[in-house]
Design a protein around this ligand. Structure first.
Ligand SMILES: Cc1cc2nc3c(=O)[nH]c(=O)nc-3n(C[C@H](O)[C@H](O)[C@H](O)COP(=O)(O)OP(=O)(O)OC[C@H]3O[C@@H](n4cnc5c(N)ncnc54)[C@H](O)[C@@H]3O)c2cc1C
Length: 407
């Protein structure tokens, strides 16, 4: 990838990607065949400097934040040629154990029942980023980093982007993969609909006194869901959801107090919690953009939809969007349409909308059924968990969604 430089005249590119985070970098990597075979020119603009050299030795960190990725996502990464590197730091999820505090119902979804070795994988976010950025470094794309897009102006046949490093780009298709907090889409009149869950996720890493054996836990408590995801070693990623305001206590406790409180709430099913890393808080809302495509523009990843992390679907959904956008661009090029043409982007939207709406409904529904301390809902939940063990098709739907093969 070429480094940015100040340019007095705008440089024309077919596709500009605003944001080189998980979604923008995945899109850059997924466009490789179209750069090679169709000569598409691509630029990626990323505001944050890369934390360390791409080739520096990897230092496993106890605090590394991690994401659960589905089998479907692993398959897409394989198609992008990055899965073998990703897999070096991936921990397989062999079983998902779903339970509710104070209730007997427990549901276990085992990968082997579905003929697979793993339901999905847990990978440190920083490792996903590093592997993708290494891949981008091999591609002939314009890499502007650190550089922030400060201005975006519609023009005939695309948009003009003004960068903080003095460069100016004109792009036929601009992909907004900026995470949704830059204010850029609002400047184009695209609003974000935000439905706060009045919940905050506290995210950290915990160490256990015994191997986790690849089990991921989802436990619904009266205060909110707790997810524990298996990581390499005897570590697990913890995502603990609190009613807004109640997280402050969890953040201010000493490590020993935090671990004792977690043990009391979660129980012993995963073993004894021995160590806890840095704690981070994320206020949770369902955020959806009022528009995801218009001529010359596509909105993707968190900029298009930020979900509750309870079902670990946000990035998995976004990566399917990346693959669909590339497929729509390729189909458009075959027809003679440019990547930013309305026909191409309407095709992309048609491929996307069903999956996106289903996943948003599924994640939101899970929070609403399991996330609130209501006696009626509680009975429904207990019936649901017990019933899930009896109702084959429903269980299969849950499992297929966890594996990322349900659309
Ligand atoms: C607690 C928590 C746990 C989660 N766990 C999971 C999980 O297990 N599985 C899963 O699938 N999903 C999970 N998610 C969701 C997942 O993290 C998101 O879907 C994903 O990070 C979205 O990536 P993104 O690239 O769209 O946005 P971001 O990661 O926010 O990246 C946006 C990038 O754009 C850059 N940028 C911003 N503004 C500009 C600008 N003006 N110019 C240039 N660059 C700019 C930023 O520097 C950043 O690098 C979780 C989310 C949370 C909050």
């Amino acid at each position: 990838m070429s480094e940015s430089s100040s340019a007095e005249r705008p440089r024309r590119v077919d596709i500009a990607i605003i944001g080189g985070g998980l979604v923008g970098a995945s899109l850059g990597a997924a466009l490789a065949p179209l750069m090679r075979d169709r000569g598409l020119s691509v630029a990626v603009i990323e505001a944050a400097p890369l934390p360390d050299g791409l080739d520096a030795p990897w230092q496993p960190s106890f605090d590394a934040r991690a994401s659960a990725i589905s089998r479907g996502t692993a398959h897409h990464f394989d198609r992008l040629g990055v899965w073998s590197s990703m897999a070096e730091r991936a921990s397989p999820i062999r079983c998902i154990h779903v339970s509710e505090q104070g209730r007997l119902g427990v549901t276990r979804l085992r990968a082997e029942e579905f003929g697979n070795e793993a339901m999905g994988y847990v990978i440190p976010n920083a490792w996903v980023g590093r592997v993708l950025h290494r891949r981008l470094a091999e591609l002939p794309l314009g890499w502007h980093c650190p550089a922030r897009v400060e201005g975006i102006h519609p023009l005939a046949g695309g948009h003009r982007l003004v960068l903080s490093d003095g460069a100016c780009l004109e792009a036929g298709l601009t992909v907004m993969a900026d995470g949704g907090r830059s204010g850029l889409k609002e400047r184009l009149g695209i609003e974000s609909r935000e439905c706060p869950y009045e919940q905050v996720a506290v995210v950290t890493t915990v160490g256990l006194d015994r191997p986790h054996e690849g089990i991921a836990y989802e436990r619904f408590t009266s205060a909110g869901p707790i997810a524990l995801l298996p990581m390499t070693g005897q570590r697990m990623a913890l995502i603990w959801t609190f009613a807004a305001g109640r997280e402050r206590e969890a953040l201010s406790r000493s490590d020993a107090d935090f671990l004792a409180h977690l043990q009391a709430t979660f129980g012993d099913r995963a073993g004894r919690f021995r160590r806890v890393g840095e704690r981070h808080a994320y206020p949770l809302s369902l955020v959806t953009a009022s528009e995801t495509v218009r001529p010359g523009l596509a909105v993707m990843g968190n900029a298009a939809h930020a979900l509750h992390p309870v079902a670990g679907q946000g990035f998995n959904l976004a990566l399917r969007g990346v693959m669909d956008l590339v497929a729509a661009i390729e189909a458009g090029l075959v027809r003679g349409d440019a990547p930013g043409d309305a026909a191409t982007l309407n095709d992309f939207e048609a491929r996307r909308s069903g999956d996106r709406d289903n996943v948003i409904r599924f994640s939101d529904g899970l929070v609403r059924v399991f996330g609130f301390d209501d006696p009626l809902l509680s009975r429904a939940r207990a019936a649901g968990l017990v019933g899930l063990n009896l109702l084959g098709p429903l269980r299969r739907t849950l499992a297929r969604r966890a594996m990322g093969v349900e659309r």
